[in-house]
Design a protein. Structure first.
Length: 140
């Protein structure tokens, strides 16, 4: 039985969907956060800096397999992707496979959500998934 099938079976037996995740382990105390902007921030320009914070885990470029490391993915105005599949790469799922810890983002005026998720060397979330809180910002 595959890991995914076992997780689905376990979830159905317990009466709840089982959380799936990739095979790359993450430290239990890993903590990912958006350092800026803050939740509720009003930004007076369409282009602004976002910086990423990470504790108890390291950053390594995509393709590099090293224990307790991964790379950032910034999710803009979307829900978290499935934990057992590669994170999409499009305008709402920004990859930082070079190991970057900040970026400049340009968004139209309005309300937006931002969230980070760490990906392993193959862009698949760790087990357990390392995700930040989802924040909401307003661009004027």
């Amino acid at each position: 039985m595959t890991r995914i099938a076992a997780a689905l079976l376990l979830g159905s037996l317990l009466g709840a969907p089982a959380a799936l995740a990739g095979d790359t382990p993450a430290p239990a105390d890993a903590y990912l956060y958006i350092g800026w902007p803050n939740d509720g921030e009003v930004i007076n320009a369409g282009r602004f800096r976002v910086w990423f914070g990470l504790r108890h885990m390291g950053v390594a470029p995509a393709g590099v397999e090293k224990a307790n490391t991964g790379h950032h993915h910034l999710l803009i105005d979307v829900e978290l992707p499935p934990d057992d599949q590669p994170i999409p790469n499009d305008r709402n799922h920004l990859h930082f496979g070079g190991g970057q810890t900040e970026t400049m983002v340009e968004l139209p005026a309005g309300t937006h959500t931002l969230q980070l998720v760490m990906g392993d060397q193959d862009h698949i979330p760790h087990n357990p998934p390392v995700v930040s809180e989802r924040i909401t910002i307003t661009v004027r």
